[in-house]
Ligand binder design. Structure first.
Ligand code: GDP
Ligand code: MG
Length: 675
């Protein structure tokens, strides 16, 4: 057996289609906690972790899920670039063993990259439960690479995988070379000839194939290096094949790959009829959930139930948090009087910390419940169906079906939602999807709604909040329509939805809870950092100059607010506290609540102050304003990062300011007229 230097860190990359269990295997290998989820686009950035085995150090990379390596989408480019530029020692191709035909397509591209491969047949627990059988030897022989069976869920086969990784390092695998048939092979050869001497991390045959497949990125790269002749030869060979044989090489190449996979799978995998039966249960459910007429009402109902539960269950817990803060506030003020603390410290603690941060943290149970329910729907596999159902509507609007996924993610937080657009292959569709996402009501807006509806709309809290979420979607959709018809580079047809429906799974309770906790803890972390800092600034502004009354009009906050407040007169909330809240809400929307908490001083007082300042109508217009008026700082940052353009970032900010303000004014004015 060969020896590997112990000091060397072995890099292992996990590649595979979305939803095959890459992140689960990543977690099993590293003991890490990569985000696991039952739909595409969850892992949007590669993730790295480490483990030690047999005294050997390993570094593992969880690549984003891709169906091929054509470089059509950002995801595919990330995966491809990593594989060819970082040259990991071993690539583990994670596949869903219950769906091998489709899954192995990616493997064919990996084979062509000439890397050291291991085929991981994951989800073997399901496969075995369905009494399937696999002739591993035959697959290994056919492909020329080692095969390992694993279950990420049951944690089986992981040791074997580690052993196989060690055995694979440093091999010069002599694996299957796909034969594309005489004519195409001739064309590949001719293009390859023109590539002699090129300095590229890609094998020449791979480059030649990609040129024939019309891969824009590879063509650019080859041109950059001055090998224009290879591209010309590619164009020539392509048209020759088209003319002489009546087929376009790209389709033919793809078909050959599928044909090859099929023949391998047919010979080595046995799937009993049971598998079909199992599938048909899933199909039966799908027939209802994705039904042409029922699909959308069912989706609306699901969301409605989700929000109802968020309040009814959440309020139940919120009372205990409220009680805790009451107790804490009493305790601390008692203690502060006892030690004769200066009054500004008492004010800082009771108004700043308890009033400001406390008024936000009180909504933690609601947020946890919302995330718990969304995680559940996601892990069961329902959200992917929702995207499927919405695809038709999305198309009618001129949006790709995949942007619906980012809309759903936006309910949680717009930042990952904007990042998830990386799975959208058309740049135009992607930009459009990014631009409308900030209107989707993220969880940071929820405390604002809860604060107002809890006090002013007690009878129909669920309905009012539901209407705000719907309004967010509506504004997003109308904006998309507007952008598409007015901005030239966004025009044009949208690409069709290519997304498979993952099978329904009963999610593990642990998984759902971890999932929920990851997101909720982000909220808590935010409360402890950004919101805390924001509230301190506001408390400070409310306390100075010292001559002024705390949170009075003469304080700095009061002066700032008074300067801005007239603008909001037509929207129905012309008092300075609202202006300050909105001003600082740009940092994070929860700060809107935190600001009121600080300025009105503490829990009980806040609830008493709201009805004094707001009517139902002006509260609604204020909530609409909070929903739409601007993406928070983090969202603005990610919009810039993903569009890579100040112009679009500025556009997004200005447009939402306008949309928020106009909507609030419109609602208030029409409302005042009618009521
Ligand atoms: P990724 O998109 O490839 O990263 O896939 P994930 O790791 O996020 O897993 C997708 C879903 O499949 C999750 O719900 C996992 O719990 C589930 N899953 C992963 N591996 C297995 C497995 O071996 N068996 C079963 N039954 N489920 C699995
Ligand atoms: Mg993943």
């Amino acid at each position: 057996m060969k020896t590997i230097e112990k000091s060397k860190v072995i890099t292992v990359a996990l590649a595979g289609n979305p939803n095959t269990g890459k992140s689960t295997i990543f977690n099993a290998l590293t003991g890490g906690r990569a985000h696991v989820g039952n739909w595409p686009g969850v892992t949007v950035e590669k993730k790295e972790g480490y483990f030690k085995y047999n005294d050997q150090n390993f570094s593992v990379i969880d690549l984003p899920g891709t169906y091929s390596l054509t470089g059509y989408s950002v995801d595919e480019r990330i995966a491809r670039d990593f594989i060819v530029r970082k040259r990991p020692d071993v690539i583990v191709s994670v596949t869903d063993s219950t769906n091998l035909e489709r899954n192995l397509y990616l493997l064919t591209s990996l084979l062509e990259l000439g890397v050291n491969l291991i085929l991981d047949l994951n989800m073997i627990d399901i496969f075995e439960e369905r009494k399937g059988e696999i002739d591993i030897n035959l697959i290994e022989k056919s492909l020329g690479i080692p095969v390992v069976l694993t279950s990420g869920l049951k944690n089986t086969g992981i040791e074997k995988l580690k052993d196989t990784i060690i055995k694979t390092v440093g091999n010069n695998q002599d694996h299957l070379k796909i034969d594309y048939g005489k004519d195409i092979e001739k064309a590949i050869e001719n293009v390859e000839l023109q590539l002699t001497g090129i300095n590229s991390p890609y094998p020449r045959r791979f480059l030649a194939l990609k040129i024939l497949e019309g891969d824009i990125e590879i063509i650019e790269e080859v041109k950059r290096q001055g090998f224009d002749n290879a591209v010309k030869t590619g164009v020539y060979e392509t048209s020759k094949l088209e003319k002489e044989f009546g087929f376009d090489p790209e389709t033919e190449i793809i078909e050959k790959r599928y044909g090859l996979i099929q023949s391998i799978v047919r010979r080595s995998v046995y799937k009993p009829a049971y598998a079909e039966e199992k599938l048909s249960t899933s199909d039966k459910i799908d027939r209802i959930l994705t039904n042409k007429w029922l699909g959308i009402p069912i989706f609306a109902l699901m969301m409605w139930i989700t929000f109802q539960l968020t309040f009814t269950l959440g309020d139940f817990f919120a009372d205990s948090i409220d009680a805790f803060f009451g107790w804490f506030s009493g305790l601390s003020s008692g203690w502060l009087t006892e030690i004769n603390a200066p009054s500004w410290i008492s004010s800082f603690i009771s108004d700043g910390i308890i009033g400001g941060v406390g008024s936000v943290v009180i909504f933690l149970p609601n947020i946890m419940i919302l995330f718990l329910l969304l995680s559940f729907l996601e892990d069961v596999g329902y959200m992917a169906r929702a995207a499927f159902v919405m695809d038709r509507i999305m198309h009618a609007i001129g949006l790709p079906g995949k942007s619906f996924i980012s809309i759903i993610l936006g309910f949680g937080c717009n930042v990952p939602a904007v990042m998830s657009t990386r799975t959208i292959s058309s740049e135009k569709d992607r930009l459009l999807t990014i631009l409308i996402n900030p209107f989707i009501s993220c969880s940071a807006r929820l405390p604002v709604y809860l604060l107002f509806t809890g006090i002013l709309f007690t009878k129909n809290q669920g309905l009012v909040v539901f209407s705000l979420y719907t309004l967010g979607i509506l504004v997003a959709v109308l904006s998309a329509k507007l952008f598409k018809s007015t901005i030239p580079i966004l025009k044009g047809p949208v690409s069709p939805l290519v997304m498979e429906l993952p099978p329904y799974r009963i999610p593990s309770a642990g998984g759902v809870i971890i999932h929920m906790w990851e997101r909720s803890s982000l909220f808590l972390k935010k409360a402890g950092t950004i919101i805390f800092a924001g509230v301190i600034v506001i408390w400070f502004l409310a306390s100075f100059p010292l001559s002024a009354e705390y949170a009075g009009e003469a304080s700095l906050a009061g002066q700032l607010g008074k300067f801005l407040a007239p603008v909001f007169k037509p929207a129905g909330f012309p008092f300075w506290q609202a202006a300050v809240a909105l001003f600082f809400g740009i940092i994070a929307k929860e700060i809107v609540v935190g600001t009121f908490g600080t300025l009105f001083g503490g829990e009980g007082k806040l609830a008493a102050a709201i009805p004094v300042y707001f009517s139902q109508l002006s509260a609604y217009s204020f909530m609409v304003m909070s929903l739409l008026y601007i993406p928070c700082i983090a969202s603005i940052g990610v919009i810039y990062r993903e569009t890579n353009s100040w112009k679009w970032t500025a556009f997004s900010v200005l447009y939402s300011v306008l949309a928020g303000y106009l909507s609030a004014v419109l609602i208030y004015q029409i409302g005042s007229f009618l009521l």
